[in-house]
Design a protein around this ligand. Structure first.
Ligand code: FAD
Ligand code: NAD
Ligand code: FES
Length: 280
């Protein structure tokens, strides 16, 4: 069954917001879960975290990084994708904790949206730190302003908000005496690794959403295996959220890069096929 793209908006260079028609996902998906999309018969299966739902549609926010995500960006409203499977993975553990710090790096801010809304509804006080390389790459600021009790913006180049990495701001808050009962961090793996190291020193439980390479998303292929607290876990069925203090980050980073050469070749061929991509 194919699924129509009902709405598509450009949020930043190479980052697109899609609402895709789906009969069941809007009803059954919960914050923290993901879906797998396959664009066409020859397409790869790409996992994407659910950034929200609306009547009859599921929202995903996607950064173009390789062949499939670029190909998705070439589709427009009214076009269809072949398969959208989900919801997959376990929902975030939403409950009342007290003080929460949410940390979103780049496009990783998108999956934090539904988590933030649910945590707020559960009565938590939310401090959000949202960072990107530069102001143009900061996304969803209005939605974060509306929901977070406190919003801290960072850019690597200082073009908006505080100059520096999200981890600098987290360390600053902790050194000023802010006490958080939980941290949630989603973004580049290296960011989640360093947020987890800070959380570990401060002894704060820290949920991260892991993004290893996935294939089936249902626990069958083993592609997404990660080591957590010395045990082997499958991110797709045991996660995707884990306490980052116990993740073997170096192993995850090594596995994420195992197909880099093939990914580069696939993207180069795709770029030759479609020609100009400067509109991205
Ligand atoms: P490729 O050239 O294939 O790969 C580029 C990079 O993406 C590689 O470095 C690789 O580490 C990673 N990657 C490649 N294939 C996969 C795969 N099958 N599974 C996971 N990572 C892969 N990205 C977003 O922009 N928005 C999201 O909401 C989002 N949510 C995710 C949720 C989960 C649970 C996971 C596992 C990943 C998520 N990602 C998200 C990352 C997204 O899946 C990859 O960017 C995408 O699969 C890359 O495909 P590609 O063909 O464009 O690039
Ligand atoms: P990016 O590389 O531009 O980084 C965004 C921000 O993360 C930076 O501005 C900085 O504040 C922080 N950061 C980066 N490197 C850091 C470091 N070494 N130490 C501390 N902080 C650091 O972000 P991008 O290009 O938008 O990539 C976002 C990533 O998020 C992608 O890798 C994507 O796969 C991932 N993602 C994950 C999920 C998930 O559910 N796990 C969902 C969406 C996106
Ligand atoms: Fe196959 Fe997780 S993606 S086991």
């Amino acid at each position: 069954m194919s699924h129509k793209i009902l709405k598509k908006a450009k949020l930043a260079t190479g980052i697109y917001d899609y609402f895709i028609a789906h009969p069941t996902l809007p009803v059954f998906s919960k914050p923290g879960q993901f879906l797998i999309i396959r664009i066409d018969e020859r397409g790869e299966r790409i996992p994407l975290t659910i950034a929200g739902v609306s009547d009859g549609a599921v929202r995903v926010i996607v950064k173009c990084v390789g062949k499939s995500t670029y190909k998705l960006a070439t589709l427009n409203e009214g076009d269809e994708v072949l398969e959208v499977v989900g919801p997959l993975g376990n929902p975030s553990e939403i409950e009342f904790y007290g003080e929460i710090c949410l940390i979103g790096g780049g496009v990783g801010a998108a999956p934090l949206l539904p988590i933030m809304k649910a945590l707020k509804e559960a009565g938590n006080r939310i401090t959000a730190i949202i960072g990107a390389s530069t102001s143009e790459q900061l996304i969803l600021l209005e939605e974060f302003k509306r929901t977070a009790h406190e919003l801290i913006i960072t850019t690597d180049d200082g073009s908006l908000g505080k100059k520096g990495l999200v981890t600098h701001r987290l360390e600053e808050l902790l050194s000023k005496g802010n006490n958080f009962d939980r941290i949630w961090a989603i973004g580049p793996t290296i960011m989640m690794k360093f947020v987890s190291a800070i959380a570990s020193r401060a002894e704060i439980p820290c949920w991260v959403s892991l993004n290893p390479i996935m294939v089936d998303g249902t626990g069958m292929c083993g592609a997404c295996r990660v080591e957590v607290n010395g045990s082997m876990k499958f991110a797709c069925v045991d996660g995707p959220e884990f306490d980052g203090r116990f993740v073997n980050w170096n192993e995850l980073i090594k596995r994420q890069h195992q197909y880099q050469e093939q990914e580069r070749i696939a993207l180069d061929l795709f770029k030759k096929e479609v020609g100009d991509l400067s509109w991205l």
